[in-house]
Design a protein around this ligand. Structure first.
Ligand code: GLY
Ligand code: MN
Length: 461
């Protein structure tokens, strides 16, 4: 964890931003996999980590804005716990490390919250996303689970976003580490990929590096010869000559800051001409988008510029046609680029998504699009120094979508459906890096991971 002053300063700022009331932050619990004692890998709640730093299950915290007091609720280990899981510092000792000097048994929390409500005090909380915490909160507040999301505190959400969106130097050091571990995963996978290998073997290499370097996977690995399936978490295919392998995977450090990188390489040692052509279109969009990043620009503009750049490339291949400004304005490019250019990243791979993308990625000035494709852009608002975001353009040939759009006669002024007949098994290409917005421009995080055609082929032997 960071020094205790980091956590006290974060809580102090939250107190100032909110002005009054109680903030209730529930930590995460162990989550059973197939029976109670066989649990998923434990992951602490990111807001709890950010303000209270303690990385263990069954804790909750209250920040009393009016009294200027913080309390951690948790239970000491019993001797049986010690026998099975080993000794631990007391809750009070741990709380001390994050600058909290009052601790209470977990069971006191419900009465504490009830008393505050009876006194007419505001209890601020964030939208719960784990079912056990939904039930706990519902019982504590005496409200149905279905109402909790709308009851979540907008002032608290806004205050958290305002802090967490701007990464500090000590957070950036962690994020550089996360990207470096993620880069090592990609290099190892691109070196090992070969016809006859299973996607699962390569996913295992990536996962081994993430855990072997002291962290964990930041999200489920995408390792697929079907890169056109955007969130494909199956790894049962065997790589075959002539195919592309799309790897989208990243590590989180022991302190839970995430990296999120994507690379695409040929299963053969070299890209074929068609693969190279599409690869270079995506690469050009990625490199140009990164080069343009600076404070003040909206990420929606960057997204649309990347879409325009790739539409141009597709026109040169004879797959798109007509007025490309109009094509992008109407959303025709989304046949090939149906997702957003990127998202904030930090303690979560999609940073703060639990708080609501409207608050994290949009503003009163920049509203989310409702158009297919651009609607999936998670970050649209103006960029500010300290933001860390992903830049991840991609081009995909999705047979089901091509068939549907052609059958509907959609965008026939912009899409050359005849030429697409020959591209049904191409797959998909995405390239992704993680970038910090600085005072004057931007900085790509981590050591460079091979990305040009020549660099990628250089890893393939
Ligand atoms: N890494 C997967 C995503 O950004 O959605
Ligand atoms: Mn991503």
């Amino acid at each position: 964890m960071f020094a205790s002053t980091t956590y006290t300063a974060r809580r102090e700022r939250l107190r100032k931003d909110l002005g009054s009331g109680l903030v209730l932050i529930l930590g995460n619990n162990e989550a059973p996999m197939n029976y109670r004692a066989n649990t998923y890998h434990f992951r602490q709640d990111s807001n709890f980590l950010y303000f209270f730093g303690l990385d263990q299950p069954s804790l909750a915290a209250v920040l009393d804005v009016d009294a200027g007091e913080d309390i951690i609720f948790g239970d000491e280990l019993t001797m049986e716990d010690v026998v099975w899981t080993g000794p631990m510092p007391t809750i009070a000792e741990q709380a001390h490390r994050v600058g909290v000097h009052k601790t209470l048994p977990f069971n006191d929390l419900a009465a504490f919250v009830k008393k505050a409500l009876e006194q007419g005090r505001t209890v601020h909380f964030t939208p719960p996303y784990r079912h056990d915490n939904m039930i706990a909160l519902s019982e504590m507040l005496g409200q149905p689970v279905a109402k909790l999301k709308e009851m979540a505190s907008v002032p608290l959400i806004k205050a958290i976003v305002a802090q967490r969106a701007h990464k500090t130097p000590e957070e950036l050091a962690e994020m550089e580490r996360a990207v470096d571990i993620s880069g090592a995963m990609h290099v190892a996978v691109m070196k090992a990929a070969a016809a006859g290998k299973k996607e699962a073997e390569l996913a295992g290499i990536a996962a081994g590096i993430a855990t072997g370097m002291g962290g964990a996977l930041a999200y489920g690995i995408i390792m697929s010869i079907n890169g056109q399936v955007l969130h494909n978490h199956h790894h049962y295919n065997t790589l075959q000559s002539g195919q592309l392998l799309l790897g989208d995977h990243g590590a989180e450090t022991a302190m839970h800051y995430a990296g999120d990188l994507t690379r695409t390489c040929p299963v053969d040692k070299r890209f074929n001409q068609r693969q190279k052509d599409v690869y270079n279109i995506v690469l050009d969009a990625e490199v140009s988008a990164i080069a343009s990043l600076r404070p003040g620009l909206t990420y929606k503009e960057v997204h649309l510029a990347a879409a325009r750049c790739m539409a141009e490339g597709l026109k040169s291949l004879g797959l798109m046609k007509g007025d490309l400004d109009e094509a992008v304005a109407q959303g025709a490019h989304a046949l090939f680029f149906p997702h957003g250019l990127g998202h904030m990243i930090g303690l979560d791979v999609h940073d703060m998504e639990d708080l609501g993308e409207q608050y994290v990625g949009y503003s009163d000035d920049v509203q989310r699009s409702t158009q297919f494709g651009t609607a999936y852009l998670r970050l649209g608002r103006a960029l500010e120094p300290g933001f860390v975001l992903t830049v991840e353009p991609g081009l995909y040939f999705i047979p089901e979508l091509m068939d549907q759009w052609e059958a509907e006669g959609k965008f026939t002024d912009f899409i050359n459906y005849g030429a697409l007949k020959d591209w049904r098994t191409f797959g998909g290409i995405r390239i992704e890096d993680n970038v910090l917005i600085t005072k004057d421009g931007h900085k790509v995080l981590g050591r460079p991971v091979p990305k040009t055609v020549e660099e990628v082929e250089g890893l393939r032997g």
